[in-house]
Design a protein around this ligand. Structure first.
Ligand SMILES: Nc1nc2c(c(=O)[nH]1)N[C@H]1C(S)=C(S)[C@@H](COP(=O)(O)O)O[C@H]1N2
Ligand SMILES: [Mo]
Length: 448
């Protein structure tokens, strides 16, 4: 059962506790999770002094080591209860009990052409910067690295003033989306299908900023650093510091963005500044962006090296231990689709056809066609497929299906990319970290 938290109406028991996790004080409690006036995650943990009492009530006792709780930690008493809960401002998302906060979006909430901020998944590798410490006006982005001719620092106002603004709708999908289906299971967040989103980002081209700082001839890679910290609290380690080869960095749609859907980027999605690279594992799109380095070698930040965001060079049997030098770093994400309407589990009572729709995306490529089946893949019908609003954005597909008689059906969707590669019907290439599961999405429908 999902218990949404209405901050204006404190509820008894566990749900009230969750509310208290995020609200610093009741007067501000109706603010969204990402609202700058509310601090959902502090370095000392969720617990603000002001809400300790409420928290203690929620977990059923005082918390002697409250000041030692890592930021973003959802107390096990709540995380492991049968009752699920929602993050304020991310209503309807499924929150994993991992720390720090990670939350995925059910397929039917991804139905919009442009993903609303509240439905964008959250994937944090470390502890986000304290929300109250973020001041967009004094925020700086440094461009440096051994292959940068003139290292410089820019305020967000500088970026806005000095460079042309661009807006693109960009598909961001975590490399581990679909991980939950691998057998044997891979450790990490057990994403089902909901670590993908396609909002519209506004910012400046990474290329324009890098060129203004001078890209040396020997440049091969860029790397990013964010303001979040390693879960261990060790200041010498980054939560994550990844990057992309130069050609990806210089593409038109590679953005340094300050806005998502014409609003500030939500706090948990990287406010006030983030990188966005459509079509590649989400991990290259650095949040809370502080620094970009132009490198004369492949970037070597945290989670760049195998096995992170890497898969075996050659297919391996499930469960194989793969030596580190047998991995390759993931670049473009594979062809994939998601049925976003109807919601799985519905009953279709109407004798007429049922509209089926969703999105398909193909990493750096485009989607050539989407096929839909109601007979477990025995036959397929072609869906209508729209062009993307710009490269690296997902594409809408729509079709109508007719059920020959009442009963249980599954609707399956299979997309094909512009180079002819189709989604597999079953979970593809097992790999040790559980990346790149692009198996066909399926939903259940009862025809009455
Ligand atoms: N600074 C920073 N950037 C980050 C991350 C992070 O933990 N810290 N997570 C990465 C990963 S693994 C993904 S999938 C995307 C997720 O973006 P989102 O949380 O806005 O959905 O952000 C990427 N950028
Ligand atoms: Mo990710």
């Amino acid at each position: 059962m999902t218990t949404p938290i209405d901050p204006t109406e404190p509820k008894a028991g566990k749900s009230r506790g969750i509310h208290e996790l995020y609200a610093e004080d009741p007067g501000k409690a109706d603010k969204q999770l990402w609202d700058r006036e509310v601090d959902p995650v502090s370095r000392r943990g969720f617990l603000k002094k002001s809400s300790l009492l409420a928290m203690a009530a929620a977990v059923g006792g005082s918390i002697p080591f409250a000041d030692k709780m890592p930021g973003g930690l959802i107390p096990a008493a709540l995380a492991q209860s049968d009752e699920s809960f929602t993050l304020e401002g991310k209503e309807g998302l499924r929150v994993f009990n991992d720390r720090p906060i990670n939350a995925e979006t059910p397929a039917h909430l991804l139905d919009d052409d442009v993903t609303p901020a509240k439905y964008m998944f959250v994937r944090n590798n470390g502890i986000p910067p304290e929300q109250q410490s973020i001041d967009a006006d004094s925020w700086t982005l440094e461009i440096a690295g051994e292959s940068c001719e003139n290292p410089q620092s820019f305020s967000i106002a500088d970026l806005k003033e000095k460079f042309e603004h661009h807006t693109y709708q960009l598909t961001v999908e975590c490399g581990g989306n679909g991980r939950s289906e691998f057998v044997p299971s891979a450790s990490g967040n057990q994403w089902t299908t909901g670590a993908v989103a396609c909002p519209r980002y506004t910012g400046v081209r990474l290329r324009d900023v890098l060129e203004a700082c001078g890209i040396k001839d020997d440049a091969v890679y860029i790397g990013y650093y964010g303001a979040d910290s390693h879960p261990s609290g060790d200041p010498s380690r980054e939560a994550i510091s990844r990057g992309v080869p130069m050609d990806k960095a210089l593409e038109d749609q590679a953005l340094i963005a300050w806005s998502m859907n014409d609003e500030d980027i939500p706090y948990l999605n990287g406010y006030p500044l983030r990188l966005v690279f459509g079509g590649w594992p989400g991990s290259v799109s650095g949040k809370w962006l502080k620094r970009i380095v132009i490198r004369d070698q492949k970037h070597d930040g945290n989670k760049m090296a195998p096995p992170s965001y890497s898969v075996p060079k050659h297919p391996v049997a499930p469960g194989t231990e793969v030596p580190l030098d047998e991995f390759v770093t993931i670049h473009s994400m594979p062809i994939k689709s998601l049925i976003t309407f109807p919601k799985t589990g519905i009953t279709h009572a109407d004798p007429g056809p049922l509209e089926v729709r969703g999105h398909a995306w193909a990493g750096d490529l485009s989607v050539k066609e989407v096929l839909v089946s109601i007979d477990f893949g025995a036959t397929w019908q072609k869906a209508e497929l729209k062009d993307a609003p710009n490269p690296l954005a997902w594409q809408r597909f729509t079709t109508q299906v007719e059920f020959p008689e009442p009963g249980y059906y599954e609707i399956w969707a299979k997309a094909v990319d512009s180079e002819g590669r189709a989604q597999p019907m079953v979970v593809p290439g097992w790999n040790p970290k559980g990346y790149l599961n692009n198996a066909c999405h399926r939903i259940a429908v009862q025809a009455a």
